[in-house]
Design a protein around this ligand. Structure first.
Ligand SMILES: O=C(CO)[C@H](O)[C@H](O)COP(=O)(O)O
Length: 221
């Protein structure tokens, strides 16, 4: 089985009848959502909370009942992907530009399940550039301020155009070297006025489900 499908389906074992479930974004979360669609079709009663417009469309196509974000107070389980994870389950997310909605949803989640292939894991974060969502207004100033924190910043484009997030903001990918203290760096970035949110998820994941390259899952908790 495709490793993304393997970890995606395994993650759905944390879902129980009656739960409110955060639905992640990306090619790994896709397989978890497909499985949830199958479980719902077979009688599982849950309500989903999508982390992006793309995921919302997928969930609707699978007839997964959804909650409007304004009706969400607490989420039982969220299943989402990651671009990188370290030895302390800190994450870099936002490769799919959904980091703001993903972090808001993670922040009210009781049990946050991350699914990611083993190649995304290392002792320290820093291989993957940290995506940072910034306002359009003053983006050049914000980019200079991010650079002063020690990264090489790069405004993200898609198909030749500046990428606009679901929230009508831009993404700056910030390439740092070894990130030894993700919580501190996250706070420094979020202290900049033009930063809406950053893709470092420090101390949020309860469990990471990965695979061993031989068809078995590895659970890091
Ligand atoms: O953070 C994300 C989207 O904003 C994704 O979870 C992350 O980019 C991983 O995606 P994939 O499973 O496709 O590798």
């Amino acid at each position: 089985m495709n490793p993304k499908q393997l970890v995606g389906e395994k993650a759905t074992t944390y879902i129980k009848d009656g739960m409110i479930v955060g639905l992640g974004t990306g090619s790994t979360a896709y397989f978890a959502i497909m499985k949830i669609g199958e479980l719902v079709k077979n009688g599982l009663s849950i309500k989903g909370v999508p982390t992006s417009k793309a995921t919302e469309e997928l969930a609707i196509s699978l007839n997964i009942p959804l909650l409007a974000i304004e009706d969400v107070v607490k989420i039982d389980v969220t299943i989402d992907g990651a671009d990188e994870f370290d030895a302390n389950k800190n994450l870099t997310k936002g490769g799919g530009a959904a980091l703001l909605r993903e972090k808001i949803i993670a922040s009210v989640t009781d049990f946050y399940v991350i699914i990611a292939d083993a190649a995304k894991g290392s002792q320290f974060l820093g291989s993957f550039a940290v995506p940072v969502e910034v306002t359009a207004f003053g983006k050049e100033i914000t980019i200079a301020q991010l650079k002063a924190l020690g990264c090489i910043p790069k405004l993200r484009y898609k198909e030749g155009e500046l990428l606009l997030t679901d929230n009508q903001n831009y993404i700056v990918d910030c390439k740092f070297e070894k990130i030894e203290n993700p919580a501190q760096l996250s706070a420094q970035m979020n202290a900049l006025p033009g930063v809406v949110e950053n893709g470092l998820f420090a101390g949020m994941a309860n469990v990471i489900i990965s695979e061993d390259g031989k068809g078995s899952t590895i659970t890091i908790d």
